[in-house]
Design a protein around this ligand. Structure first.
Ligand SMILES: Cc1cc2nc3c(=O)[nH]c(=O)nc-3n(C[C@H](O)[C@H](O)[C@H](O)COP(=O)(O)OP(=O)(O)OC[C@H]3O[C@@H](n4cnc5c(N)ncnc54)[C@H](O)[C@@H]3O)c2cc1C
Length: 581
């Protein structure tokens, strides 16, 4: 059983204001004939998808500055080794490694699920249950805390296995005290109470995170009459240090200076959407349904793009390698200008085109850059500006950070005992000393568990290495341990019918390494305030400019990007949220 769209809009949804904003912008720009969407990541494509689904009959042009689509949904197809079995039939073992978007919860990502069903992207074939297990450890590996999840053993090829409902703490080399285990066992309920507490107060400027955490925890124990359990403040602090802080630090939208600066609301919305806490009810069968992408998340984006481009009824064009800058034009529309270096060598159509409306779909700093293109204003000082003062301030005050992601086989990032490795392996940071860590958070996914390879005979034998994806590794991974991307010709030689491989044609050895840098939004209280006010600025410049993208809704999870796209399209087309439900 799923959850409703309205509920899934989450804490950040602005449904109440939607109708008023919608009629205002619909009046401002009656029946647009053409829309440009800037950015070919999940946000941009979900705006295009929503326009098509809402029956928009005009021309839609998505522009993406990279040669490939996906943005933060970036997949590397890698070779783990070679299979010499069979006479003369030498085949590489090809696996996928998601460097950015890794998993989704189909139970709470209702828009994503609906879109996948609509375009016949098989959620049985391309999204399979992941093993949701976690280890936390200190950088010196002296303290290791391993907690097993609710699901194990779903392997590829897909086989039904019973759900293993063992929750709790599994001892490793250094076990926790029993009181701590008790605390950990109650973690789901703790989160639920804390989320409720937060919702009730609608807190956008939370007090100190620590105070709120402890207050919610104490409330939980009171409510369930667990006061006989003696919780020492020592144990509470320990729980927060060993469990909560590391997990929050490992969220990609964390502030590098530490989890204590993350607004509780951001943390809780993440827990709700991605992990299902607070919106699932095991008694009613609404368990989280966490899945990984069997062919990588970028494959999904490519398939959505393929559907948008090839379906005869859709008037969608996607221009890759087009870095857009925008300016108003004399016909009161928007001119979209290609800033890419080689644009002068392209057809006129690929250099510039005019549209009625534009949707900015990506990161705030990129949007600022595109809307305030110095290159254009230098050329033409009379260019019609599209950016209001408030929106310029908003876009400039969104904070960003960078994450490095590597697919590799260097096991020294994890504790020496592989028995303590789990799907998600998170470093416990010392809040005062950063132990020389390169960056604020770090996490290593053991891909063989995440993708259930250890359950699959094909990938769990012939001495194939265990492989990992690490975000912000604490030590430099030597190049020889970083996996190589497959080459396009090799993939073609394999005559693969499907799978990700269209982007991989670079001969540059550096480009062949399976690594990526992601720029991402940092969740701050200021960002939450901006998100709350953003609806007042949709349809800026006389109904010409709209804002979607990962920074505009919550933590920018895949489903939140979809929700924002839906909201923006409703506003553009003058619909109200109830028209959809
Ligand atoms: C490391 C990491 C892990 C994550 N893991 C998960 C996860 O497991 N589950 C989940 O649900 N979410 C996850 N997320 C969040 C979510 O995936 C991202 O927030 C989302 O992919 C962002 O999509 P987007 O389209 O808004 O931005 P992007 O994916 O960044 O796409 C924006 C696109 O716009 C293009 N662009 C920018 N400027 C211009 C211009 N001027 N002209 C043309 N094109 C331009 C960029 O090249 C880019 O391709 C993760 C994010 C990160 C960073």
């Amino acid at each position: 059983m799923g959850i409703s769209r309205r509920k899934a809009l989450g804490i950040f949804g602005g449904g109440a204001v939607l109708a008023a904003t919608a009629s205002r912008t619909a009046q401002a720009r009656d029946k647009p004939n053409s829309v440009a969407i800037i950015g070919g990541g999940i946000s941009g494509l979900s705006v295009a998808y929503n326009l098509v689904r809402c029956g928009f009959k005009g021309k839609i042009t998505v522009v993406e500055k990279s040669p490939t689509l996906g943005g933060n949904a970036a997949t590397a197809e890698v070779i783990l080794g070679t299979d010499f079995r069979g006479a003369g039939d030498i085949q590489p073992f090809v696996r996928f490694a998601d460097l950015g978007v890794n998993d989704v919860n189909l139970q709470s990502y209702v828009r994503l699920k609906e879109a996948m069903d609509y375009i016949h992207y098989s959620t049985d074939k391309y999204l399979r249950p992941l093993e949701d297990t976690v280890t936390h450890f200190t950088p010196d590996f002296k303290e290791i805390w391993t907690k097993d999840g609710y699901l194990t053993g779903q392997a590829e090829p897909y086989t039904e296995k019973p759900i293993d409902d063992r929750r709790g703490v599994v001892d490793t080399r250094h076990s926790l005290h029993i009181e701590d285990a008790q605390l950990a066992d109650d973690e789901r309920s703790f989160m639920l109470i804390a989320a409720d507490d937060f919702n009730r107060k609608n807190h956008f400027k939370p007090p100190e995170w620590w105070d709120l955490t402890v207050a919610a925890y104490v409330e939980f124990f009171k409510k369930y009459r667990l006061s006989k359990t003696k919780i020492s403040s020592e144990n509470l602090k320990r729980l927060v240090r060993l469990f909560l802080y590391p997990r929050i630090s490992a969220m990609y939208f964390a502030d590098d200076s530490g989890p204590q600066n993350m607004p509780m609301l951001g943390v809780m919305s993440y827990y709700s959407l991605q992990e299902g806490i607070g919106i699932t009810d095991p008694k009613n069968g609404t368990e989280p349904d966490r899945r990984y992408f069997t062919h990588g998340s970028q494959h999904w984006i490519e398939e959505l793009a393929r559907w948008l481009e090839t379906n005869d009824e859709n008037q969608v064009e996607i221009l890759r390698g087009f870095e857009a800058a925008l300016t108003g034009n004399s016909k009161h529309g928007v001119s979209v200008i290609n800033l890419s270096e080689n644009s002068s060598a392209l057809d006129a159509r690929y250099r510039t085109f005019d549209v009625d409306q534009v949707v900015m779909a990506g990161h705030a700093d990129h949007q600022l850059h595109a809307l305030k293109p110095e290159a254009i204003t230098k050329r033409d000082s009379t260019a019609d500006p599209l950016l209001s003062t408030t929106m310029e301030q908003y876009l400039s005050s969104v904070q960003h950070s960078e994450s490095q992601a590597y697919a590799h086989t260097w096991n020294r990032l994890l504790p020496p005992d592989p028995g303590s490795w789990r799907t998600y392996n998170v470093t416990i940071r010392d809040q005062k000393q950063r132990h020389g860590l390169q960056s604020g958070y770090q996490m290593t996914y053991v891909q063989n568990r995440h993708r259930n390879d250890r359950q699959n005979k094909t990938y769990n034998q012939y001495a194939l290495p265990v492989y990992f994806v690490s975000l912000n590794p604490q030590e430099k991974i030597p190049d020889e341990y970083i996996l190589r991307r497959t080459q396009k010709d090799k993939i073609q030689a394999l005559k693969r019918q499907e799978g990700y491989g269209r982007k991989l044609n670079a001969d540059d050895p550096e480009a062949q390494l399976a690594k990526a840098t992601f720029r991402h939004t940092v969740m701050t209280s200021r960002l939450l305030e901006i998100q709350q006010d953003l609806h007042n600025h949709q349809g800026m410049a006389d109904g010409r400019v709209f804002f979607a993208g990962c920074w505009t809704n919550g933590a920018g999870l895949h489903e939140e990007c979809f929700a924002q796209a839906e909201h923006v399209v409703d506003v553009m087309l003058g619909k109200s949220a109830s028209d959809r439900s």
